[in-house]
Design a protein around this ligand. Structure first.
Ligand code: ATP
Ligand code: MG
Ligand code: MG
Ligand code: MG
Length: 436
């Protein structure tokens, strides 16, 4: 992408309404624009990151055996009345009436709808387990939308739903998602801690939140330090027994806010006690027959009898993660994207646009890096060098390549690592090899 052809509307000043780094940088870097409270347009740079996160979330869901589908954003109230949630959900739900006076709503979550889909088609235990997911916009009329996309009203969520014949089998599905989440967050460059959670309006009796530590987090997290150090499981056999991965983590104390038990926490050796602020980026629930019961989602069991399907649901805040990653990875100059989600792989800075030699060298590098799949953003504008450097730092691409007449005389370009700040000079050919 050539910057002269792109749409990157940067802001010079930090907007007063933005109080935390991720919100400030997302606005300043031209990633989002607020249209009304908690409702945003995703500008090109922001959308690229959102899509990258979505892709990683999708790949890890697929690996775990979940199957993608897509449900609508607008739902009929009828299903919600069947489960009794239409009244229970409260003012966070955006209620809509269509021209025929039918009660509709903008879905805040999809348990009721997926249960209806399941009961329409699935009849036998032989079709279980079933893990279905979609990545779809949700709406919750939050009392205090704030922190940009971290607490929006309209937000993108990945939600998976599991159906099993009994509680034991449902536990296996729960474990699959537990492990898939550890792998997902690790690929996003995050250390996410599974903490014991309250099940809230979704209901149920087994639940974990995945929380990333950040000073600006809205919840208070108490946990064993070793949890933060543990690596994600990585390549595992999702058809096998995953309980060891889950058990070795849940054996360590971790709880947030109202689930915290000070006496239990005190039993951890003092040097291992960690108290910190955290951002909830994912949440998994087992809730058994809470929806399948009232909605009569039953399958025939091996015993020839009908069994109510045992369910779980598993959410990831895809759009919240854009802000969450920035909270976890930035400095005074701007964002520092982990490679896996960066909007472009590398930025090319032409220090002397208009100079025939510099232009030719940049064009050449740009074409070769594009062919090599590095997805370069080429700053071909006539702005001053200082402007170009601070713009690249702000948008946080993992590498910057600077090309100018002085280097070209020596036959080199300069590569800067955005995270470490390290710079070194390489020939253009070596730079391409290095950046691949
Ligand atoms: P919170 O405690 O932050 O209000 P929640 O517990 O109400 O979140 P869940 O119902 O567990 O949210 O939804 C699953 C995931 O969706 C959350 O873990 C979070 O990452 C994301 N999410 C929830 N509400 C919002 C929101 N208003 N804006 C952005 N993401 C959200
Ligand atoms: Mg909430
Ligand atoms: Mg919550
Ligand atoms: Mg939650």
């Amino acid at each position: 992408m050539r910057l002269s052809n792109y749409f990157l509307p940067l802001l010079k000043e930090t907007p007063a309404e933005a109080t935390i780094a991720s919100h400030q940088y997302m606005l300043r870097a031209g990633m989002i624009k607020q249209n009304s409270a908690g409702i945003y347009s995703w500008l090109p740079l922001g959308l690229k990151v959102l899509r990258n996160i979505e892709r990683i979330v999708r790949e890890e869901q697929n690996k775990a055996g979940a199957v993608e589908m897509l449900m609508p954003t607008i739902q009929s109230a009828d299903l919600w009345k069947e489960t009794g949630r239409y009244d229970a959900y409260g003012p966070e739900m955006l209620r809509i009436t269509d021209r025929g006076d039918r009660e509709m709503l903008y879905g805040p979550t999809n348990e009721d709808m997926i249960t209806d889909i399941f009961r329409s088609y699935v009849r036998s235990y032989k079709d279980l387990p079933k893990l279905l997911y979609h990545i779809q916009w949700k709406f919750r009329d939050e009392t205090r939308p704030r922190f940009g996309v971290m607490r929006g009203r309209e937000f993108l969520m990945k939600d998976t739903y599991s159906f099993d014949i009994d509680k034991e089998a449902a536990r296996l599905s729960y474990n699959k998602m537990f492990v898939a989440y550890l792998n997902t967050f690790s690929r996003l460059g995050l250390k996410a801690i599974p903490v014991k959670a309250d099940t809230g309006p979704i209901g149920g009796d087994l639940s974990h939140e995945f929380v990333i530590l950040a000073e600006t987090g809205e919840s208070e997290v108490f946990c064993h330090k070793d949890l933060v150090e543990m690596d994600a499981p990585g390549d595992v056999d999702f058809s096998g027994d995953l309980s060891n991965y889950v058990d070795e983590r849940t054996a360590l104390y971790a709880a947030a806010d109202e689930m915290h038990d000070a006496d239990e926490f005190a039993k951890i050796p003092e040097d291992k006690q960690l108290t910190a602020r955290g951002i909830e980026v994912g949440h998994i629930f087992y809730f058994g027959d809470k929806y399948s019961g009232p909605m009569k989602a039953k399958v025939m069991g091996p015993d020839g009898k009908e069994h109510v399907a045992m369910m779980g649901s598993y959410g990831v805040g895809v759009s919240r993660l854009v802000g969450g990653i920035i909270e976890a990875s930035h400095d005074e100059a701007g964002i520092i994207w982990p490679k896996s989600v960066a909007p472009f792989g590398v930025g090319i800075i032409n220090l002397k646009a208009g100079d025939a030699e510099a232009d030719a060298a940049c064009e050449d590098l740009y074409n070769q890096l594009s062919d090599a799949g590095c997805d370069p953003l080429y700053d071909d504008t006539s702005d001053r060098g200082g402007v170009k450097f601070s713009r690249m730092d702000l948008i946080g691409l993992p590498y910057q390549v600077t090309i100018g007449p002085r280097g070209l005389k020596k036959g080199v370009v300069e590569i800067k690592n955005r995270r470490s700040g390290e710079r070194h000079e390489l020939s253009p050919a070596a730079a391409i090899v290095f950046l691949q």
